[in-house]
Ligand binder design. Structure first.
Ligand code: NAD
Ligand code: DAU
Length: 350
């Protein structure tokens, strides 16, 4: 149950935001109205929520940095759950304006409105604000599952234009809590996977490469570690924090899913009937973070959350199945996404 009968979900037509809209729609009938505020950039897709659009879920196509539009919507609701962002590190290395605009100015616009109408505000952020962790050469898999992990006390140390604009947005949310009593919480989650993820991102890019007869592309030596979580577990984490979290607190969401990129790629290759070496090494990402790992103790022990999708192999199988069966969702964009990557990425080794 919740006190929030009417909510805005920004970025609710993107990968993770649309999963959250479905999650609330299916599991929380007490939420009477969900306004999805989404600009429908290249990453937003009406199809992600099409089947539930109607009286309860309304898509408002617009910019979170449009103060007039945001004010009008904010006057009608009890809470804002803020997902909208420019979310891709590689894009942020090519052009930064949109990242400053959406991630920083957009968040600023939303918190000003939340403050004016005294709304509950949940800010969805990323573990990348903490920078990266060292990996341990002495441990198999470079220390995955062992050693230091991010907590809400880890100092901010972002590496990319993407993560630094997310960090900046977190900091203004925190300052608005302290200075103006904004009723906000923040979550910092690790790498999500699952259906509806844009094909520019690692896992869907490799799956759709194989489906398109293109060799998968691995950055560097593939030893970089990401802490994978299924997007449905992210949604349940955000709901838990929205409804049970303590104002002013930051909660880290992660599902103990550390894997290095090479391992993930080899799993995809095996599941799709390819040989383990059927991929290319390409130019590494500038400033490429080595390892992310989340300590989720606070969310588990203080708010009683736990992930459900803990079998990564079966999650990957389902994800491969989804992209195989939903070619019409991604096919039209594939050539352009790969052409864009090809401008800066060179095949180093087959
Ligand atoms: P996405 O790129 O798939 O979707 C972003 C959505 O925001 C799109 O629908 C887009 O149209 C919308 N949007 C962009 N700019 C906008 C603007 N100015 N006004 C209104 N809407 C706008 O992103 P995602 O992967 O679903 O990530 C969602 C959120 O979760 C982001 O805040 C991201 O930082 C955070 N996050 C993502 C991950 C991950 O693994 N993808 C992990 C942790 C946190
Ligand atoms: O940790 C949370 C973050 O996870 C989110 O904040 C970001 O929005 C989300 O995009 C994601 O960031 P990453 O940069 O980790 O995700 P990406 O899918 O771009 O890459 C995952 C890893 O795979 C990373 O180490 C880079 C590597 N990679 C990526 C691509 C696209 C490859 O090796 N080959 C590729 O083709």
């Amino acid at each position: 149950m919740t006190d929030y009968k009417k909510i805005i979900v920004t970025g609710g037509a993107g990968f993770i935001g649309s999963n959250f809209v479905h999650y609330v729609y299916n599991n929380h009938p007490e939420v009477e109205k969900i306004y999805v505020l989404d600009k429908l950039t290249y990453a937003g897709n009406r199809a992600n929520i099409e089947e539930i659009l109607g009286e309860r879920v309304e898509l408002v196509v617009g910019d979170i940095a449009d103060a007039t539009l945001v004010d009008e919507l904010a006057s009608k609701v009890d809470a804002i759950v803020h997902y909208a962002a420019e979310s891709h590190n590689d894009n942020s290395l090519k052009s930064q304006d949109e990242f400053i605009h959406t991630n920083f100015i957009g968040t600023y616009t939303l918190i000003q409105a939340a403050r004016k109408y005294d709304l509950r505000f949940h800010h969805v952020s990323t573990d990348e604000v903490y920078g990266d962790l060292p990996y341990r050469e002495d441990l198999p898999g470079h220390g995955e599952g062992e050693g230091e992990k991010f907590t809400d006390k880890t100092p901010y140390n972002p590496s990319s234009p993407y993560s630094s604009t997310k960090a900046a947005s977190d900091l203004i949310v925190r300052a608005w809590v302290r200075s103006f009593g904004l009723k906000a919480t923040i979550s910092n989650c690790s790498n999500n996977y699952g259906p509806y993820q844009h094909i520019e991102k690692f896992i869907p890019r490799q799956i759709t490469n194989i489906l398109s007869g293109i060799r998968p592309k691995l950055y560097g030596d593939g030893k970089n570690v990401r802490d994978w979580i299924h997007t449905e577990d992210h949604s349940s984490g955000v709901w838990t924090i929205l409804t049970k979290g303590k104002i002013g607190e930051t909660y880290l969401i992660g599902a103990d899913g550390e894997k290095n990129n090479k391992e993930v790629l080899e799993l995809i290759l095996a599941e799709m009937g390819q040989t383990a070496d059927a991929y290319d090494h390409v130019t590494d990402r500038a400033g490429h973070d080595l390892r992310y790992a989340i300590d989720n103790t606070k969310l588990r022990t203080e708010l009683g959350w736990s992930p459900v999708h803990t079998d990564f192999e079966s999650g990957i199988k389902d994800t491969i199945k989804w992209y195989t069966e939903h070619e019409n969702w991604w096919k039209a964009e594939k050539a352009a996404v790969e052409a864009n990557y090809a401008k800066t990425q060179e095949v180093l080794k087959k």
